[in-house]
Ligand binder design. Structure first.
Ligand SMILES: [Zn+2]
Ligand SMILES: [Zn+2]
Length: 395
């Protein structure tokens, strides 16, 4: 029986887990209930379990009877502050919180992988570390899990992760060597001028007019500085200033995000960003204060591991549309693990337009086709059982 067949046998269990997590979403570092269920299930299956890493993180460890590499498989657990509007019978029971990114599915995939591996315990070569991570959604969960020691004792030789992907249908699977998801910065800008009467602008220094110039000038970074063959994003997503009609405010505050793939593009965009904001503000007689926060680096898949993963996909899931060139401007903190350990982050298509399961990630109506779950679990289990990391150190 193939691993996929075995995963299908577990389908009801997988879906029960997924829907239970979906009903009870928890925000980053507060995945108390989720992590308790994960730890209980891993213990029940016979894993050596560590809990309380980065508050709510859980690690399940299993040592195979045969020697081999150490594999790290990572699954994120957090939900989002979104009010669910799917009307699903398993919709969130917590007002204002929702699994709108599919991390409920990731936890269910992880527990299914745990189950599949235990059934084939005798075939495991080396050690498997199943990492259930809190707080992926821009809250630094991966960094905290690394601080808590997931990359030590034993140190992984390769790392795998997966994201359900609602931009493509079930049957689409993406294993891209090199950068697949963008690096992200978030920023705040405060433009300070001199407030005054709206009817006497010459006696004020207007930060509203300066901010308008800055926003326009920032658009030239991607269109005029980044090579047309490379990519980047500079988005201003918030702007606040002023209280009333006839007062020029003292200051305007803006916020936004920067996305890039290549380190040299990132450097260029950040340099130009500073020059443009400071230069335009100065020209308009204002002061600019920039706070830049490096959220996550780009998610870069290791070529060797990714090619091995592609071989597994071709063999185990021949009907799948395997995509080896694809990039998205979304970001992912799996990137921090992949910066330290060679690995592959898979995207698996999860959309089903006929069933209206085609809303974008983070949308209040986001939901995905659960048929993807056994496929994803079987692929990850297969990668481990077929010794994906073997021979890697010899390369
Ligand atoms: Zn998300
Ligand atoms: Zn996500």
């Amino acid at each position: 029986m193939s691993l996929y067949q075995e995963a299908l046998d577990l389908f009801d269990l997988t879906v029960d887990f997924r829907r239970d997590f979906h009903r009870h979403p928890e925000l980053g570092f507060n995945e108390v209930r989720t992590s308790r269920i994960v730890a209980d299930e891993l213990s029940r299956l016979g894993y050596e379990v560590q809990t309380g890493l980065a508050k709510t993180g859980v690690v399940g460890l299993i040592q195979g009877e045969q020697p081999g590499p150490v594999a790290l498989l990572r699954f994120d657990m957090d939900a989002l502050p979104v009010q669910e509007d799917t009307g699903a019978e398993y919709a969130s029971e917590t007002p204002g919180l929702m699994h709108a990114c599919g991390h409920d599915g990731h936890v269910a995939i992880g527990l299914t992988v745990a189950n599949l591996l235990m059934r084939h315990r005798e075939a495991i070569k080396g050690t498997v570390k199943l990492v259930f991570q809190p707080a992926e959604e821009g809250m630094g969960g991966a960094a905290k899990m690394i601080e808590a020691g997931i990359l030590k004792d034993p140190a992984p030789d390769f790392a795998l992760g997966v994201h359900v992907w609602n931009e493509r249908p079930v049957g689409w699977v993406c294993a891209v060597p090199g950068p697949v998801m963008a690096g992200a910065e978030i920023f705040k800008i405060k433009i300070t001028g001199r407030g005054g009467h709206g009817a006497v602008p010459h006696q004020a220094v207007d930060p509203v007019a300066a901010s308008a110039q800055i926003i326009t000038a920032l658009q030239t970074i991607v269109s005029r500085n980044v090579s047309p063959l490379q990519s980047g994003v500079v988005s201003i997503t918030q702007i606040h200033g002023g209280e009333t009609f006839n007062v020029i405010p003292q200051a305007v505050e803006m916020a936004g995000t920067i996305r890039t793939f290549e380190p040299e593009v990132r450097k260029l965009v950040l340099e130009r960003f500073n020059q443009v904001v400071q230069g335009v503000a100065e020209a308009m007689g204002c002061q600019a204060e920039i706070t830049m926060q490096d959220l996550t680096p780009a998610t870069i898949n290791d070529r060797w591991v990714t090619e091995r993963m592609q071989e597994r996909i071709r063999k185990d899931w021949p009907e799948a549309e395997l995509v080896t060139q694809y990039q998205t401007m979304g970001s992912e903190d799996m990137s921090l693990i992949l910066n330290a350990v060679p690995g592959c982050f898979l995207l698996v298509g999860s959309m089903n337009a006929e069933r209206n399961l085609n809303y974008a990630h983070h949308h209040p109506r986001f939901d995905f086709d659960e048929q993807v779950l056994p496929h994803a679990a079987a692929l990850l289990a297969s990668a481990v059982l077929e010794g994906l990391g073997e021979g890697q150190k010899k390369k």
